[in-house]
Ligand binder design. Structure first.
Ligand SMILES: Nc1ncnc2c1ncn2[C@@H]1O[C@H](COP(=O)(O)OP(=O)(O)OP(=O)(O)O)[C@@H](O)[C@H]1O
Ligand SMILES: [Mg+2]
Length: 226
């Protein structure tokens, strides 16, 4: 699903995001990305979304070599991945339904299809009965579930989550992580950046630790031992 070959990202002013990172993630894996603040985790996520270009090295996602990808192919690439962020990023003046439907409207699906898909996704995250509410009427955990529904509505092959539980209490964080794990069990490849030591240690998933822009450790059933 993901191959990085000797990827380096240098920002302006000589700041280094990643240095010579090579990495393989198979289809269907669930991977935690851990590391201290400033170690390069978000840089990695942004490179995978093709929001940033690497300074050098190769990135291949779902068989697409980013170097060979034309600008007009970018929307198609982005539809293959869902993104979830720490701060949810919902549209405040839209209902829950509209927030999830928005991602489908962008791909110009027919209305009837959109309605069914959005309802299915909201059902999956347990919020179908709240679909007429506005995002500011929801708790943080509920907002994150909407964001997950939105990320999945186009059936991406890859879900990228950058600190999805960073703003949530421990109980809600656990629910969100369990939801991500269920989504993974249905076949979606999932990458989760997190500082949540307890959940990483409990879940027994692959853990990649990044330090100073480099992979420090990569273990199949890893621990958060920073
Ligand atoms: N737009 C940018 N311009 C210059 N330097 C940047 C930029 N974005 C990130 N950096 C630098 O790159 C390094 C890695 O940043 P990154 O955001 O990837 O860290 P992170 O692991 O996600 O940290 P955190 O856990 O705090 O979110 C840091 O030293 C940061 O200062
Ligand atoms: Mg970050």
């Amino acid at each position: 699903m993901i191959t990085l070959k000797n990827v380096t990202k240098e920002y302006d002013k000589g700041n280094t995001g990643l240095t010579n990172v090579s990495l393989d993630v198979e289809k269907g894996e669930f991977v935690f990305i851990v590391g201290k603040s400033g170690s390069g985790k978000t840089t990695l996520m942004k490179l995978l979304q093709k929001e940033l270009e690497p300074t050098s090295g190769q990135i291949i996602v779902n068989g697409q070599n980013y170097k060979e990808l034309k600008r007009k192919e970018l929307p198609k690439l982005r539809r293959q991945m869902g993104m979830v962020f720490q701060d949810f990023r919902l549209l405040k003046d839209r209902t829950i339904f509209e927030n999830v439907a928005f991602a489908q409207k962008v791909v110009e699906a027919p209305n009837r299809y959109i309605k069914r898909q959005v309802e299915n996704m909201l059902d999956m995250v347990g919020l179908k009965d709240r679909m007429k509410a506005f995002s500011n009427e929801l708790s943080g955990g509920e907002q994150q579930r909407v964001a997950i529904a939105r990320a999945l509505v186009n059936h991406p092959v890859l879900l990228l989550a950058d600190e999805p539980t960073g703003n949530l209490d421990p109980v809600t964080a656990r629910e969100i992580m369990e939801l991500l794990s269920e989504i993974n069990k249905k076949g979606t490849t999932v990458l989760v950046v997190t500082h949540n030591r307890e959940l990483v240690n409990e879940m027994g998933k692959r853990v990649i630790q990044i330090e100073d822009g480099q992979i420090q450790q990569d273990e199949a059933r890893g621990f958060y031992d920073i």
